[in-house]
Ligand binder design. Sequence first.
Ligand code: EPZ
Length: 464
Amino acid sequence: MKNKGQQNTTVTPRIVYQNKEILRRYAFCMGDNDLDKFIIKGGRRLEGEVSVSGAKNAAVAIIPAVILADGPCILENVPNISDVSISLRILYEMGAQVKTLGYNTFLIDATTITEPIVPYEMAKHMRASYYFLGTLLGKFNRARVSMPGGCYLGDRPIDQHIKAFSALGAQCNLDHGMIDINAGSLIGAQIYFDFVTVGATINTMLAAVKAKGLTVIENAAKEPHVVDLANFLNSMGADIMGAGTDVIKIKGVRSLKGTNYAIIPDQIEAGTYMVAAAATRGNVLIKNVIPKHLESITAKLEKIGATVEEFDDSVRVSVDGPLVRTNIKTMPHPGFPTDMQPQFSTLLCTAAGTSIVTEDIFNNRFRYVEQLRRMGANISIDGKVAVIEGVSYLMGAPVTVPDLRAGAALVIAGLAARGITEIEDIYHIERGYEDIERKLQGLGADISRKSVPGGTSSSHKVAL
Ligand code: EPZ
């Protein structure tokens, strides 16, 4: 997928969906599907081709960033997932025009937003609502956004975000659960993060892009979605250099224009299908990927005995022989991503020998383990370390999804297991995986959805 940069075209929407219609198409936002389950008859090898959608973690940064533009933006390759629905819904409720131009393409005109406020009712659904802080601050020099919700992966403070906003000259206060940020004007600054943080790196770029002078972020995150946001902002006329390295330099510009931009493919969705192929001892071509983004996953798959072939924008994963143990330690990009840890640990459950998985980003990202144990996995946990003794096979069982990537892991376990797995709370999965059921069915999986009528009520719903 190529980024198109600025285009001076007038866009006539073919289909205009507003509010409820957007939400119906981008379906899983407001709770109607909350109680649905996946039923998987496991034991089938996955075979065939699957196409990867746009990156969730890029989309949830780029959608709020549209507020910075002085004209409409067209976003392509927008994934059809509930985190995106929520981001679009927040923009719409704030007064933006949101229209679909075709499948996965949106026209967003946020120039009609006048109040830089995101209330609790909207922010609570999604961790990434914190990106509205940076973007509103960048646009209006003030922002009032509810403290974000968030998948429970352990403590998830935002002190580094606040440190950066303060360095740019803003006053930050917490008032009734709302973060209130005000700056007379934003002045570029040198910001050193105490540790690598994706969210604070992105929020600083959003806030600093129109600040006076130069902002330098040191110890910046290098994730593909950090680079994608920088490319998006640059296509609007920003001056950001160094994204993808640990020093990002942002020269503030006076204004940003509307743009036309295609979001990168989702590294983690791609990795999930790679691991699903290996777990079922299958043979799958995963299309619309950037192989460079997948290197750490590819290296580990090869290490345990899978074959990975790389092409220009696809990878093939196949397994012909036995899989063997390895060790994994999660790290910021380009290290092994924490967002692939649950899926890869699941794969290691049936690899011969003892594998050790160290989770170094979040302090509570093993909540799926008790569900895997119900399926016969032999895993013990000691703090941030999981010790996995390979077993010959997993057995189907009823399980419950605790968070997004854990959900993907349980789907993989169900596909690989003998017998039937019934997976509850799949709304977590729908936050980050477009059409996972249909894509897996296309690879020969026996997966179906059991609709549970009346599934509503989502006070507990938060996204990543
Ligand atoms: C982003 O979360 C992603 N979310 C996560 O994706 C991903 O797991 C994570 O980055 C790491 O790659 C989005 O992009 C919306 P961090 P974020 O700031 O921004 C601590 C998924 O499955 N920290 O890099 O919250 C923090 O608690 C999700 O798609 C502070 O202490 O991650 C964590 O331990 C899950 N203070 C570590 O740093 C701060 O101010 C890294 O967090 C900020 C972070």
